[in-house]
Each structure stands twice: as structure tokens, then as C-alpha cells.
Ligand binder design. Structure first.
Ligand SMILES: *[C@@H]1O[C@H](CO)[C@@H](O)[C@H](O)[C@H]1NC(C)=O
Length: 130
């Protein structure tokens, strides 16, 4: 291979490879950061308006509550969409906790016991799966 051909192929392939890496890595990273799971609790950050509409979130009952710390037991799977506020959730039997807040769509599995600590007043829509 002549040096000029080599240089030319580097000029073509290096940017091509870089853009392939970009395409392959970036969207995956964004998706995994938008939706994740902790202790079996599914959390989606800022779901799209169309998803919220499909779920019928605005027709779900509303719950509002100020700062408090209470034990809570999920008798049914519960999906909630937090409009505002901040909650620290500790799953029973764990020393670690995580936070959910305004803009989060969260699914708690049936049978889970947690401590629900409202740090900033919460307004949420919720739906129980019977
Ligand atoms: C949650 O608590 C209830 C009692 O309030 C208990 O019967 C149940 O086994 C607990 N569930 C888990 C997963 O620890």
C-alpha cells in the first residue's frame, strides 16, 4: 500500500469508526440512564408525554403528602407518576435507599415493604394493578 493510500484510508476509516462508536454507545447510555431498576423498583425519568397519555396517567387518582416517614407495604403492584416532590425510599431489609421525585414514573412490585420518607411535599398519580 502506498503511503498516500494509507493516509486516505485513515482519513476515511477513522471518522467512520468514531461515528460508529458514537452511534453504538451513546443511545444505549442515554436509555439506561433514563430507565433503571433498583431493588426491583423500576424508575423511568421524564417519560414522554405520549407514554403518559397511553397509560392514562392523568385519569389516575391523585395522592398528595407533606414531609413524613412511614412504613409502607405494597399489597398490589403500584405504578406512580410523581408530578412534584422528593421521596427517599428504603426497602425493608436494606440499609441503602434511593430517591424518586418529580418527573419519575415508578413501578413498585406487589408485596414489597418500604419506608416512604417524603423530603419535599409530593403530588403523584397512582394506579394499582388488581
Ligand atoms: C411485608 O410485610 C408483611 C407484613 O406487614 C409480611 O407479611 C410480608 O412477608 C413482608 N414482605 C416481604 C417481602 O418482606
Amino acid at each position: 500500500m502506498k503511503p498516500s493510500v494509507l493516509r486516505l484510508s485513515l482519513l476515511v476509516f477513522v471518522p467512520l469508526l468514531l461515528s460508529l462508536f458514537y452511534v453504538a454507545l451513546m443511545p444505549k447510555k442515554e436509555t439506561s440512564m433514563k430507565t433503571y431498576e433498583v431493588f426491583g423498583v423500576k424508575i423511568e425519568k421524564n417519560p414522554s408525554q405520549s407514554k403518559l397519555t397511553d397509560l392514562g396517567v392523568s385519569t389516575w387518582p391523585m395522592w398528595e403528602g407533606g414531609p413524613t416517614k412511614i412504613p409502607w407495604s405494597f399489597k398490589e403492584e403500584e405504578t406512580m407518576y410523581l408530578l412534584e416532590g422528593k421521596v427517599r425510599v428504603t426497602v425493608e431489609g436494606s440499609v441503602e435507599s434511593f430517591e424518586i421525585g418529580g418527573g419519575d414514573l415508578v413501578v413498585f412490585p406487589k408485596g414489597m415493604n418500604i419506608t416512604w420518607e417524603v423530603i419535599e411535599a409530593v403530588k403523584k398519580h397512582y394506579s394499582l394493578k388488581k
